[in-house]
Design a protein. Structure first.
Length: 460
């Protein structure tokens, strides 16, 4: 693996996660941060160089190694909470000869069109709101799942299912389950059990309470829900969203376009913001009020609502409202949280799912840094320290024509799905890869590069 020289501007949740991941993989990382508390935290916890100061100022970036006439930095990643700082840092870096610059953009107008990035000379300009809205919509449509990630443009995805006590899967080997249900294209990539986890194999038997990470075709989610939970998701009828910020707006907009008959209510305390949302949303009923107001929620039909989504800028408030929504009878509650610590509390809180936009953004950034030539997106699953990547098998791959069982993957790596000539299928050990196959590769974070090398896939 080629060692990269990377400068990260901003040591918030996103910058910290990206810097940590890159440094752990052996890259030379410098982090620029003006907040003393954040800078000290990075120095104490990460093996990176820290430069204190505003990342939009040339003298500060010069200390980080970005200076004219020619910088030896390979990539600059600007991911502060301020679009102007990120854009200016990227512009300065480009003028100093940095080959690739990546900018976070909170303002949706910057990512509505590729023109902004192109005109500013920014290679990648990304915002997490759209991917988070897509993830929330997926979670609402699959009531039994608390995590989702898409592959092959939404044809397939990764979902989590808990094995209920009534599940017919209990007591049977996965090999027998597959033989009994040959029409279901699904693969269990990972199982969490009793505080630990493992990659299952054909003789594995599932137990009540197991949390399974399942990679499958989107069209077969209903059958899988019935197998794991003995229940099937109902058609979405009513959803309540609390928080009229960028994420709340994107969720409402996406639901409007995907579900023409859906009753959508959006609640926010800011009257001026509500007036603006009412003008921009077509079918959503926008309400001024407190999303934690029991009387308001009951009046708007929270009891029995299909989805209750808290998307404000405050993590603690979102969790509290998610708990309140669930207590008042919502079938599924989802809370947006930006600090990874809160996701670790999911076992102790009566909230069905937590979605982290910073985690989603970090995954996108890491995909562009580490796997720029990969066919599709990268999903980083922090809770099980795993990665899922879409890649294309080339005609030069030494794995062509070899049975998957004989390729020699390390333990913890597997090919979950294959897209070949318009068809998606779950491969078996006897499947032989062909030139042009697109595959979903699942691996623990420390085994992904080894698996890519074995496949002969060049993604950098």
């Amino acid at each position: 693996m080629i060692q990269l020289k990377v400068v990260v501007v901003g040591a918030g949740e996103v910058g910290y996660t990206v810097a940590k991941s890159l440094s752990q993989q052996g890259h030379d990382v410098t982090l620029v941060e003006k907040d003393e508390m954040r800078a000290s935290k990075v120095e104490n916890e990460l093996d990176v160089m820290v430069v204190r100061g505003n990342g939009a100022r040339p003298p500060i970036l010069e200390k980080a190694g970005i200076a004219q006439p020619k910088s030896d930095v390979d990539i600059l990643i600007a991911c502060t909470d301020h679009d102007e700082v990120n854009i200016l840092a990227c512009w300065i870096a480009k003028r100093a000869g940095v080959p690739k610059v990546i900018s976070r953009a909170r303002g949706l107008e910057y990512t509505d069109s590729p023109e902004w990035a192109r005109e500013l000379g920014i290679d990648v300009m990304i915002s997490p709101e759209r991917s988070v809205a897509r993830q929330i919509e997926e979670l609402l449509s699959v009531s039994a799942s608390d995590y989702s990630a898409e592959f092959f443009g939404g044809v397939a995805g990764l979902y989590t299912f808990k094995v209920s006590k009534e599940s017919p899967l209990i007591g049977h080997t996965l090999k027998d389950v597959r033989a009994k249900h040959p029409s279901i294209m699904a693969l269990i990539a990972y199982v969490e059990r009793d505080g630990g986890g493992f990659v299952p194999f054909g003789e594995t038997k599932l137990q009540p309470g197991d949390l399974c990470f399942v990679i499958t075709l989107k069209g077969q989610l209903g059958e899988l829900e019935e197998l794991f939970q003995r229940q099937k998701s109902r058609k979405l009828r009513r959803v309540i969203i609390v928080g009229g910020g960028k994420i709340g707006f994107r969720v409402a907009k996406r639901l409007e376009s995907r579900y023409p008959q859906l009753d959508i209510r959006l609640i926010d305390q800011d009257r001026e913001k509500c007036d603006k949302l009412a003008r921009e949303l077509e079918r959503t009923i926008v309400l001024v009020g407190d999303g934690a107001d029991e009387e308001l929620l009951r009046r708007e039909g929270v009891e029995g609502v299909d989805g209750f989504v808290a998307t404000t800028a405050n993590d603690e408030r979102n969790i509290l409202m998610g708990v309140i929504g669930k207590a008042l009878g919502a079938n599924k509650s989802i809370a947006v949280v930006r600090r990874g610590f809160f996701e670790k509390l999911d076992k102790y809180l009566p909230v069905d799912a937590m979605v982290n936009p910073n985690e989603a953004l970090a995954s996108v950034i890491m995909r562009y840094v580490l796997y720029p030539s990969a066919a599709g997106g990268l999903s980083i699953i922090e809770r099980i320290d795993a990665e899922i990547l879409e890649v294309t098998i080339s005609k030069d791959s030494s794995a062509l024509g070899v049975k998957i069982s004989e390729i020699g993957f390390p333990k913890g790596a597997l090919i979950a799905l294959v897209y070949r000539r318009g068809q998606v299928f779950v491969p078996t050990g006897d499947t032989k890869l062909e030139d042009g196959d697109q595959v979903v590769l699942f691996a623990s974070s420390d085994k992904m590069q080894q698996a890519l090398d074995i496949l002969g896939v060049k993604v950098s």
